[in-house]
Structures are given as structure tokens and as C-alpha cells.
Ligand binder design. Structure first.
Ligand SMILES: Cc1cc2nc3c(=O)[nH]c(=O)nc-3n(C[C@H](O)[C@H](O)[C@H](O)COP(=O)(O)O)c2cc1C
Length: 337
């Protein structure tokens, strides 16, 4: 087994029989997060974990108002809650503002029933699977389970499975993608988070590693050159069409409130959806272009029937084969005293 696979396995090892807070924080850090920047810090007190934003890891080009950053914190919070409950703890989650006015999450832990074990077991197996799926549809029972998992006060979601609707959505995705590829700041920022070589992937343990995006690793000097040649609009447009055609559907998440609290809620709803999908043996991956490209977003919202509001995440789902796992920084690096 190569060093990359070993590193991915190590961070994803199962919870021990009596997990401590560090084990639970490790599971929280396995959450989905934008560009795998891992924009979080965990402040542990006796029975409380605060999840703080790490603005040194923000991505201003794709995420100028820290919308994705707060969704990522919501994803981590949901993993933390699920892992804590599966280890017999109760959880109470609240949001607060620090002295600078920045929102953070506090999770108070106590004694409780053992619940959520199915979703907790899915945490180390969940991944963004950026490949072609097998094109099959989901049963009503599967769709119901996904919908039930994603249901959360403060969040609405649109499950789209009709092929005609998916074809219409594809146009927004492709136009959004073209707008992003025409934006040098977006492309430069994306490139800065790609870890082209295994060596750098393992050293930094963050960012988008080549294997997890379906590309071979390459030397750090060569990767950006190959990326420049391979990252072409025509090829990307065709790939998006194949990816959506092979998927069973799309889910679009919309927060009631366009605030950090609202975005944290979206992260929690999406992460639960993703964990349930994983538990059911299903795959998911983001197709966020129409919500990231600000010029496309209003038309996309209108098409969804929510004119004037902000759709927050676009995620495809279906059946496919797992890909190499992404890495995370060691838990010691994300815990602050
Ligand atoms: C708010 C948010 C936005 C994301 N946007 C994209 C995206 O546009 N394209 C994509 O391929 N993945 C996207 N992702 C998935 C992350 O890149 C992924 O979670 C991260 O690289 C870690 O990989 P993993 O999900 O396999 O653990 C997003 C995730 C979050 C939480």
C-alpha cells in the first residue's frame, strides 16, 4: 500500500470503543469542506467543543463572503454531533459571536443514549466521488431516506430526479463553469489548493489531492503545466454532461436565512444527506457552479422557483465506485488550546 493510501487510512481509522474528545474531533474533521481547506479550529474545554472559523484558510475568489466556509463549519458540526451521539453523549449546539463579531459554533456534550451509529459508521467512508456513476435511478425508499436525513429546520432542499429538469440544470452548471474558467482569480485560487504530488499532499494533508479528483499524481513542477493544458472548457463541459447523465439526481439546498447561522444549517443538512447516502452505498459530488458564479445565480434561483433568494449548494448523487480518499491534517493541528 502506498504512503498516500496509508495516510488516508490512518486519519479515517474507526473510533475506539470509548472515544475521547480528540477522537470525536478527528471524526468532525472528516467532514466535507470547500477545496478541502479545512477552515476550522476546535477549542476543547471539559465538556464543550467550540468550532471556530480559520480565516487564514478562506478562499476569497470562489467564496468572497465566507458562505462556503460557514457551510464547511456546519458539516464539521454535524459530524461532531453524530460521532458524539454514537458514543453515548448528548449534544446541545448553539451559535455565538466572538468579540470581532465572527460567528462560531459551540457544542455542549453530556451523557446520553447511544444513537446515530449508522451515520457515524459512514463518517470515515464518506467522500466526494467525482467520477461517472452507473446511470441507474434510486428507489422511492432510498429517496425518502435521503430526504428524511436532510430535513432540518431553517433549510429547504429541492430533490430533482426528472431527466428533463436535470438537463435544464445542466445548462446552468455548464454556463457557471464556463464563467469560472474565464475568471483568472478563480482558476489561480483553485490551482493553489490542488496538491499535484503525493509528497506535497501528504506533507500538507489538505487541499485537493490529484488521486481524490480522479487524476494521477505528478511532480509539483509538472502538475500545473499539465493542468493548464487539460483544464479546457470543451473537455470540462463534456465531462459535466457525462457526470450528470450518469447520476440519479441533484439536490439543491437553500437556507432560510442568508447569514452564517443559515449557512451552518445548510452544512448540517447537507452533511447528514451525504452520510445517509454513504450508509446506503450511494455516492455524491458537488456541482456548485451555478451558485458560485454570481452572474448565473439569480437566473438559477428563478428556474428553481425561488426568485430573489440564494440557493446554497448543488450536489449530484447516484451509484458509483469509490475513489481514493482525501486527506486531513492531524487532529493535533486543528485543536487550539
Ligand atoms: C461548501 C462546499 C463547497 C464545495 N464545492 C465543491 C465544488 O464546487 N466542486 C467539488 O468538486 N467539490 C466541492 N466540495 C467538496 C469538497 O471539495 C470536498 O468535501 C473536500 O475536497 C474533501 O473531500 P471529501 O468530501 O472527499 O472528504 C465542496 C464542499 C463544500 C462543503
Amino acid at each position: 500500500m502506498n504512503r498516500y493510501t496509508l495516510a488516508a487510512r490512518e486519519i479515517r481509522k474507526s473510533l475506539p470503543p470509548e472515544p475521547g474528545l480528540r477522537d470525536i474531533v478527528r471524526f468532525a474533521s472528516l467532514a466535507a469542506n470547500s477545496h478541502n481547506t479545512q477552515p476550522w479550529k476546535f477549542l476543547i474545554n471539559e465538556d464543550t467543543v467550540n468550532i471556530l472559523p480559520d480565516f487564514l484558510r478562506s478562499t476569497p475568489a470562489v467564496d468572497p463572503d465566507d458562505h462556503h466556509l460557514y457551510i464547511s463549519l456546519g458539516c464539521a458540526a454535524e459530524n461532531l454531533v453524530v460521532a458524539a451521539r454514537a458514543s453515548g453523549r448528548s449534544t446541545e449546539t448553539t451559535t455565538h459571536r466572538d468579540e470581532a463579531g465572527d460567528t462560531f459554533i459551540r457544542i455542549a456534550l453530556g451523557e446520553g443514549e447511544v444513537t446515530d451509529t449508522m451515520l457515524s459508521d459512514a463518517i470515515p467512508k464518506r467522500q466526494s466521488t467525482r467520477s461517472e456513476y452507473d446511470g441507474t435511478t434510486l428507489s422511492d425508499a432510498e429517496l425518502d431516506q435521503l430526504a428524511e436525513a436532510a430535513t432540518r429546520e431553517g433549510v429547504h432542499f429541492h430533490l430533482i430526479t426528472q431527466r428533463m429538469k436535470l438537463d435544464q440544470a445542466l445548462e446552468f452548471i455548464q454556463v457557471g463553469n464556463a464563467a469560472q474558467m474565464d475568471d483568472p482569480a478563480f482558476v489561480d485560487e483553485l490551482k493553489s489548493w490542488i496538491r499535484f504530488s503525493s509528497k506535497t499532499s501528504i506533507e500538507k494533508a489538505d487541499g485537493l489531492s490529484a488521486p481524490s479528483t480522479g487524476n494521477p499524481s505528478s511532480p509539483d513542477w509538472l502538475g500545473p503545466i499539465v493542468f493548464g493544458f487539460a483544464f479546457r472548457k470543451k473537455a470540462e463541459t463534456a465531462k459535466l454532461a457525462r457526470h450528470l447523465a450518469s447520476s440519479a439526481g441533484l439536490v439543491v439546498f437553500v437556507a432560510d436565512d442568508e447569514t452564517p447561522e443559515g449557512w451552518i444549517n445548510v452544512g448540517r443538512s447537507f452533511e447528514r444527506f451525504a452520510l445517509m447516502a454513504t450508509a446506503l452505498g450511494l455516492c455524491h459530488a458537488h456541482m456548485n457552479m451555478p451558485i458560485e458564479a454570481a452572474s448565473i445565480r439569480p437566473e438559477f434561483a428563478k428556474w428553481l422557483g425561488i426568485e430573489g433568494r440564494r440557493p446554497d449548494l448543488v450536489v449530484r448523487f447516484g451509484r458509483g465506485e469509490p475513489m481514493p480518499m482525501s486527506l486531513r491534517r492531524p487532529v493535533e493541528d486543528v485543536i487550539v488550546a
